[in-house]
Design a protein around this ligand. Structure first.
Ligand SMILES: [Mn+2]
Length: 253
């Protein structure tokens, strides 16, 4: 489906805004995720890491830390519409994603009828722990909030003001309880392909991941060096490191 009024930026020259959840323990994951987006994008994008310490300094985030939060962006992600001045569309994505397709293909799916759009997984994780031993919790709509296209100008998303993001429960936020079901649009699962859960069906190109989500932990952690699609992530990392070294050498000269 294509946009009628172009407010997502795909038909204007304004870059498409992307906020990536940042965690100091996963800096490399963030860098590689970012690289995988920019390298393949045929449209201008602006990528901003969501850094909890910066948001605390700016007075936008004051929640007490909770041991059940597996990343620093568990709650800060819901500031996406606020950080976009409640205008246009923007994407939030976890840092543990590897993009394998042009983000324009996702932007082209944007439909102004919805307040948000995401992959609507029916998902129950097998593991009870994730990443570096942080406790895994199970709840309805698990993983839906890990990649969300926000219609920041939609009146219903005004509900996501800093006060609400800082005081509401995890259930309210992660289950999108400020919205009615019909205000939540769906995009194909390949845009949030859960490593260890979703499967590629041979001979069916519609099951080929466009964005792999290493939700259990990715190859940047020793325990997940051999997970599915690890080779793709490691290849992207090599490329990112090489380009970074080249740039730094260029500056030194
Ligand atoms: Mn994740």
């Amino acid at each position: 489906m294509t946009m009628s009024n172009g407010s997502n930026g795909s038909t204007e020259n304004k870059p498409f805004r992307i906020f990536v959840g940042y965690d100091p323990r996963e800096d490399l994951a963030y860098q590689v995720c970012r690289h995988s987006i920019t390298k393949r994008s045929s449209i201008p994008v602006s990528i901003t890491p969501i850094v909890q310490s910066d948001l605390r300094k700016a007075g936008l985030y004051w929640r007490e830390r909770n041991p059940l939060e597996s990343t620093e962006f568990s709650f800060t992600r819901f500031l996406t519409p606020h950080l976009s001045n409640y205008q246009g569309w923007a994407m939030f994505v976890d840092c543990d994603f590897l993009y394998l397709a042009d983000i324009k293909q996702l932007v082209d799916l944007i439909d102004d009828r919805y307040a948000i759009m995401c992959v609507q997984h029916d998902y129950t994780p097998k593991e009870t722990t994730k990443m570096d031993g942080a406790v895994q919790t199970v709840y309805p709509r698990k993983n839906w909030s890990s990649m969300v296209l926000y219609n920041c100008g939609h009146p219903k998303n005004k509900a996501l003001d800093p006060e609400t993001v800082n005081t509401q429960t995890g259930a309210f936020l992660h289950r999108f309880q400020w919205l009615e079901d019909e205000e939540i649009g769906s995009v194909p699962f390949v845009w949030n392909f859960l490593e260890g859960h979703n499967c590629v069906v041979e001979g069916d190109p519609s099951t080929k991941p466009k964005a792999v989500h290493y939700t259990r932990g990715g190859p940047w952690f020793d325990a997940w060096k051999d997970c599915e699609f690890a080779d793709l992530w490691l290849g992207e990392m090599d490329e990112y490191v090489k380009e970074k070294n080249k740039k730094e050498a260029g500056i030194a000269n």
